[in-house]
Each structure stands twice: as C-alpha cells, then as structure tokens.
Design a protein around this ligand. Structure first.
Ligand code: ATP
Ligand code: MG
Length: 795
C-alpha cells in the first residue's frame, strides 16, 4: 500500500512518536497527567489505519467512560482527515463486553444444568392453555439469551433482597446491600461462585457464597445480567471456550487501553486473554491517577505490565501540555504526600499563568452562590478573569450530593449547566417507571421490570394480587407477564384488578408486536406505551407540584430516544451510561464528580468542598492505614490536573449534611498545597460580602458561633490560610464593613474601645480576659462574648 501522508504524527514529541510508531508487541506508556497519553493513543489508532497495518474492525480500543470513547472517535476521525471505512471497536469495557456477550449469551448457563431438558418442572395451567407469550418470549431453558436485560443497581438490590428474605436472613442484621457489594467485589475479581476462595467462605455470615450462586442462577432465569456479569461472563466464556477466544484473538489484532491504572482483575484477565496470542497491546496510564481502588481496580496491574508482557516497550512522557506551571506545581505538591509512587518528572513550557486560587466560605450555599458569580464574571471577562465560554468551565465535586446546591443555584440565576458522570436524569422515578415499561416490552421475561409496573399506575393490584401472580409464575415456570396472563385466564385474579391486569398483559403483547412495525418509529411506540398503559394520564391527573416536571421529564425521555435505532439500543445505552447527555448542544457549565472527570480537561476548574470528612471522605479518614487516604489524595491530584489555566479550590466552614448543620475543617489537602503556588482569596461571607454584591446575605452569627465552637478558625488549615492571606478586606462599603470579623483585630482590643458584635450590635469594651471580652452593649446590656465575633469600628 502506498504510504499516505501522516498529519496525525505532526506535533507529537519524540517519546509520543515512539509510542505511536512501535506498532508490534506490547507497549506501556506510563506518564503523569496531561502529558498526551490519550492523544498518543489516538494517534496510534490513526497510524494503525493509515499505515495499512490494520483494518478498523481489527482494532479494539478501550476507554474508561463513554464520553472518552466518543471523544476518541471524533479525534481519530479528524486525524484521519477522511472518513475511515468503518470504525474500530472503541468503547468502555462494559460497552464492548455487552456487544460480545449478546453474540455468545447462550454459552452462559446455570452450572450443571446445560444437559437437563429445557423444562424440568411439570407444567400445570400452562399445559391447558398452550405456550406462554405466543410466538415471542417462551423461556427455552436455563441459559442466557441474546436479548438479556442489564439490571441497574436498584433492580440488583431488589433481587438480592428477595433471595435474602427467602433464605430467612434478617435483612436488618445482614443488609442485602452488603451482600451486593460482596458479590460485586467477587465479580471484579472474576470469581464465579465456584471460584470464590475458601478464605472468603465466612462472607455475609457464611451465607455469601451460597446466595451468590442463587443470585447468578436467578439472573439467568430472568434472562438478565448485572453490570459485573458483563465482564465476568466474557472472561468465563474465554476461559472455557478456546475456540471463541481464538476467534477473537485473531479478530482483534491490535488492542489499546486508556487509563490502564484503573482496570480491575476481571478487566485485566479479559485483556490478557485477548492479547495472549499476538501480544499487540498498548496500555497507557498513570499510577498517580488510580482512583477506583474502592471498586476493585488494582494499580498493580499497571505496575506488573512488564512482567506480564516480557520485552514490553516502556515509554515515559514528561512534558505536560495541559496546565500552567502553578497548577502543575500545586498538583505535584499534593501528590508528593503519597508513599509508594513510581514518581515522575513533569515539566511544562506553558507560561506561568495564575496561581491556584483558594477561598473559604461560610456554608455550601454561599460557596455555590460565589462560584455562580465567578462563572458569570468569567463569562463576561470581568473581575480580572479572562472571558471563558461556559463549556470551558467545570465544577468537580467529591460527592454527587454536593451537586444539588450548584444545580439549585444555577437554576435560580438561569445559568445553563449539565451534569456529567451520574445517570441523574435516568434515576428519576418517572423515568425509571417508563423505562420499566420499555423493558417489559423488549424482553417480556424481565420480571423485575414487570414488578415495577404491574401496579404503577394503580390498577387495584395490591400485595395479595401480586403474590398470586408470583405463585402462578413460579408454579408454571414462566415469567411474571405469563403468570399474570394465567391469573386472568384462570380467574385467579378477577374483578376490577383482573380486568386491569388483562388490559396490561394485552398491552404488553400488542406493544411487543409493534416493535417489529417498520412504519412506526420507536419514539411513537414509546408514546403509545406510556399513553395506553395509563402512565402519562397518571401524572396528568396528579395534582402535586412535582407532576408537571415529571411530565416534562417523560417528554424529554421520548426526545432522548431519537438518537437510537430502536428501543433496545436505547435501553442498553441507558444501562451503560456514565454520562448524562440530554444535550441540546448549547454551551453549558459542566458539573461532575472528580471520578467522572478523569481524562478530561477544562480551561477553568472549580474544586469545591475541600473539607475534612467530605474530601478526603470520612470513610477514608476513619480507615486504619493510609490506603483510602492515598486514594483520596490521588483524586485531589486528578482534580487539580484537569485545569488548564484557572483552578479554584474552595471550602465551607459549615455544611448541611443529611439535613443537619455541621461545622467543618478545611481539608488536610489544603495544607499540602505548596504555598508559593496558591493565592488566597478574600472570603466574601467572612468579610460581609467582599464584592458588595446586591443580595449578598449578611453574616450569619449563628453559623459563626457554631463554627467557632468547632474551632474552625483554630484549625491548622485555617490558620495557615490566614497566615498566607496578607490581604485585609479593601474598599468595602461602610455598612458591610461593620459586620466584618476582622481576624487580625482579635488580640488587639483595648478597654474602652467601641466595637461591634454580630448579634448584640455596638458596645464598649469593659474588660479583657484571654479571648473573652466583657462589653457593655448599647442595646443588649453587658455581656461576655468571644473576641472572634467582635470587630473594632471607626465611628
Ligand atoms: P490524563 O492523564 O489527564 O488523561 P493525558 O496524558 O491523556 O492526560 P492528553 O489528554 O492526551 O493527556 O493531553 C493533554 C493535552 O495536551 C491535550 O489538550 C492535548 O491535545 C495536548 N497535547 C498532547 N500532546 C501534545 C503535543 N505533543 N503538543 C501539543 N499539545 C499536546
Ligand atoms: Mg488521558
């Protein structure tokens, strides 16, 4: 093949080029944030294609999020400068495994049952009534089928609860949620029930393994998988069917993996099996950015790459192209606190830029208000900030509950935002209900979905009727939909409820037939399902204030379907999404968790909530040993290194946690920021509205007192902050200046001085005792108060 021009190689540095051009054999690119790993990986795909080394479908590229996959697709497309014939297999582990598993689902069976006849239970009512479900959906036997449903964590938990209760285990003592996380852990380690090691036998009060086996069996009966199964099943198939493995080893001749430091054992095994033949595998990662240990990721995978693939070509990149020197230095300073790092040199040629900005606030609401104002200022290019588009700004939070304050604030001021990284939209009740309808229509043996909709909206089918359906289904070995049909036909459920149930079952049949109707779009079908089932009417008749919003969301859901070929594709997408993409293309500020921000970059980044207990999380602080804390520190490193030009870290002295106000201490990571690269901004709340902005709330003395009780201002973090802050509040309006807590004035009061107190107003100092002042207040009489809440005044 004639050599084609190679524009995609231009601009790469020598180390990157090396990683791109070394196409054969194992390659490891191990380098710090922003050094162009992902860019080199993308160029490598382009090079594989353009040099004629591989056809698109011979390339398998794994990214960590769907968003990253989409970006890589776009980047490869633009690097090629011409449409490629087809695209590589490019997606997350899960997305790729779903595709593969659909082709080989039948290879996953309940252990020991493959040889049994398909139905081992005598049929009762069903024998008289013919096969269930007409042409569609007759259960064939105890193995997975290609139209399996992927359960979300909610469904997973419901199923486990049923098993736990059937096993007579007290859910209060042994929560099903705990079992769920144990099972997830095993799946992350690629352990099927038979493979769980003896050391784990005590799990979940010695019932864990047995329940795990039951759970797996039940999933297959339901023709369902959970998230962890997608990989587990594929690893099982590769391990037990050499022919299938060989086929894919030949098929995927070139394998590329981004964010390799966050692979778990199952993912690692899957990759090793696939790359086992040709060993053309290129992994890139950064041990300092390993942030999924809590989900079973093993940073050891990247560290032992050279052992697994002897002769691996290791490339190190040292130039950071993303962040200004201050930002890079701040991030490096924080991560230096971790032990056992590989350690990397990073440098940048970018101009110095702004220091990392640090600011404290009274509470989370004020933090959100301030960030909202900063964003608006940045958008306009006022207050010393360069103008940034909304798309260029992001708020990265440690915990998703922090998002609420920002969402509320931004809705109030009309600032467009999008939430990335959590299936928020799809978690809403009405959306989940609607999707359960779609799921039943697409796979009628999805019992969990049927359970959700059978009496939603209310059809007069209470617990008793639902139990009858369950019993009927069980005794006939059929799905709940079929069980329901039998209940109606045998009049086991009669009256109004029976009629309504009959209508529902008929509806499921009818909508199922419509799936194949070429003249009907799946959007139209979705509307028909929601209308005919009475679900839309249910919200139209609902008089609660939320109802209109829910109807809006349902409309939005139908809109979201547009981007998909059919309902099934959509359902698959939703079960996989890590991104919330109800995207209308308008410019928006992004809000996401730090975890979801991995691999991304933004010119202007806000990192709120840097408080001990929130970030680092309480859990990591309570843990013995440093493992959890070190992972949090890596998260801090990931957060700071997302910023290109402006990085603003903030914390609040008070935060409402589960409805309770709590005082908080600045994060220990704030102490670890190298001073020379940080600029401390004046906290507006603390100084009574630094910007003199209209509507800025005056200082709240109750909060101030509580903060003082918790010694926030005596914490090392706060003290350091004060030391660093040379600034005194400047040019504030007089009336707000009187509400100032002036830290520097604390120790310098004199008897007789006229002062102002938050709560009690003006007065004169009568006596001084340590940090307490006796003050004769003009209105409140004589009181002893803490000096912190007292300011001197000029008048
Ligand atoms: P992370 O560890 O955060 O995933 P990364 O190592 O994958 O970072 P990239 O996202 O690939 O880094 O690159 C960071 C930024 O630097 C991107 O904007 C990218 O376009 C730019 N960049 C990468 N390599 C070069 C280069 N050789 N010349 C100029 N810019 C580059
Ligand atoms: Mg990257």
């Amino acid at each position: 093949m004639a050599a084609r021009p190679q524009p995609y190689l231009e601009g790469l540095n020598p180390a990157q080029r090396e990683a791109v051009e070394q196409l054969e054999g194992p390659v490891l690119m191990l380098a710090g944030a922003g050094t162009g790993k992902t860019r080199a990986l993308t160029a490598r795909i382009a090079h594989l294609l353009m040099s004629g080394t591989a056809r698109p479908n011979e390339i398998l590229a794994v990214t960590f999020t769907n968003k990253a996959a989409r970006e890589m697709k776009t980047r490869v497309g633009s690097m090629l400068g011409q449409p490629a014939e087809g695209m590589p297999w490019l997606g997350t582990f899960h997305a790729i495994c779903v595709k593969l598993l659909r082709r080989h689902a039948e290879l996953i069976s309940i252990p020991g049952t493959m040889d049994l006849p398909h139905r081992d239970e005598p049929l009762t009512a069903q024998d008289e009534l013919g096969p269930p479900g007409g042409a569609r959906g007759a259960p064939e036997g105890p193995h997975l089928k290609s139209n399996f449903t992927i359960l979300d964590t909610d469904d997973q938990l419901r199923l486990l609860k049923q098993l736990v209760s059937a096993a007579n285990i007290d859910d209060k003592r042994w929560p099903a949620r705990q079992l769920a996380s144990i099972i997830d852990g095993w799946k992350n380690r690629a352990l099927t029930p038979e493979k769980v090691p003896a050391a784990d036998a005590g799990a979940y009060n010695h019932r864990g393994v047995e329940l795990y086996a039951q759970y797996q069996r039940r999933l297959i009966e339901l023709n369902a998988t959970d998230f962890g199964d997608l990989l587990l099943h594929m690893v099982t198939i590769f391990q037990t069917h050499a022919d299938v493995l060989e086929r894919y080893q030949r098929w995927f001749r070139y394998i590329l993996v981004d964010e390799y430091q966050d692979t778990n054992v199952a993912q690692y095994l899957w990759l090793r099996l696939l790359a086992g033949g040709h060993k053309n595998i290129c992994c890139v990662g950064d041990d300092d950015q390993s942030i999924y240990g809590w989900r079973g990721a093993e940073v050891g995978n990247i560290l032992r790459f050279e052992k697994d693939f002897p002769g691996a070509h290791v490339v190190r990149l040292e130039q950071n192209y993303r962040s200004t020197p201050h930002i890079l230095a701040a991030a490096s300073g924080v991560i230096a606190g971790n032990e056992g790092r590989l350690g990397k040199t990073l440098f940048t040629d970018l101009t110095e830029g702004e220091k990392v900005r640090l600011i404290g606030h009274w509470d989370g609401e004020e933090e959100a208000r301030w960030i909202g104002e900063e964003i608006e200022a940045a958008q306009k290019g006022t207050r010393g900030m360069a103008p940034y588009g909304l798309d260029q700004m992001a708020i990265l939070v440690r915990a998703s509950h922090q998002m609420r304050a920002f969402e509320d604030r931004f809705l109030t001021i009309g600032l467009p935002y999008r939430v990335i990284g959590g299936p928020r939209f799809y978690e809403r009740m009405e959306i989940r209900d609607a999707m359960a309808y779609f799921r039943v229509v697409v796979s009628p043996d999805d019992d969990l979905a049927f359970e959700r909709i059978v009496n939603t909206p209310k059809r007069g089918l209470g617990d008793k009727a639902q139990q009858t359906i369950q019993r009927m289904a069980r005794s006939n070995g059929v799905s709940l939909v079929e069980g329901a049909r039998l209940c109606v036909q045998t009049k086991n459920i009669g009256g109004k409820g029976g009629n309504a149930l009959g209508k529902l079952v008929d509806g499921v049949d009818r909508w199922g037939r419509m799936l194949g109707d070429k003249d009907l779009s799946h959007m139209e079908l979705a509307e028909i399902i929601l209308d005919e089932s009475g679900y839309t009417a249910h919200w139209q008749n609902d008089k609660t204030p939320e109802a209109p919003g829910r109807l809006e969301n349902l409309k939005e859901l139908v809109k979201a379907l547009e981007g998909f070929e059919n309902l099934q594709g959509f359902l698959e997408h939703v079960s996989l999404i890590m991104d919330n993409e109800s995207d209308d293309g308008d410019e928006k500020v992004s809000i996401m968790t730090l975890h979801a921000a991995k691999g991304l970059e933004f010119p202007c980044v806000f990192l709120p909530g840097w408080e001990d207990g929130l970030f680092p999380s309480q859990r990591s602080m309570d843990e013995s040993g440093l493992k959890g804390l070190e992972e949090e520190r890596r998260l801090a490193y990931v957060g700071i290194t997302r910023a290109e030009e402006v990085c603003t870290i903030s914390f609040a002295a008070n935060r409402r946690v589960f409805g309770q106000w709590q005082s908080s201490m600045p994060s220990r990571f704030i102490d670890e920021l190298p001073q020379a690269h940080v600029e401390v901004l004046t906290p507006p709340g603390l100084y009574g509205g630094g910007y003199g902005a209209a509507g800025m709330q005056p200082l709240r003395s109750d909060l101030a007192e509580r903060a003082a009780e918790a010694n926030v201002y005596n914490s090392p973090g706060w003290r350091r902050l004060q030391e660093r802050s040379q600034q005194r509040p400047v040019s504030q309006p007089r009336e707000t200046r009187n509400t100032v807590i002036d830290m520097s004035a604390v120790s310098s009061f004199t008897v007789g001085e006229r002062v102002f107190h938050q709560k009690f107003g003006y007065g004169a100092i009568q006596g001084i005792e340590g940090d307490k002042l006796e003050i004769a207040f003009e209105k409140a009489g004589t009181k002893k108060v803490v000096a912190k809440f007292v300011t001197g005044c000029d008048d």
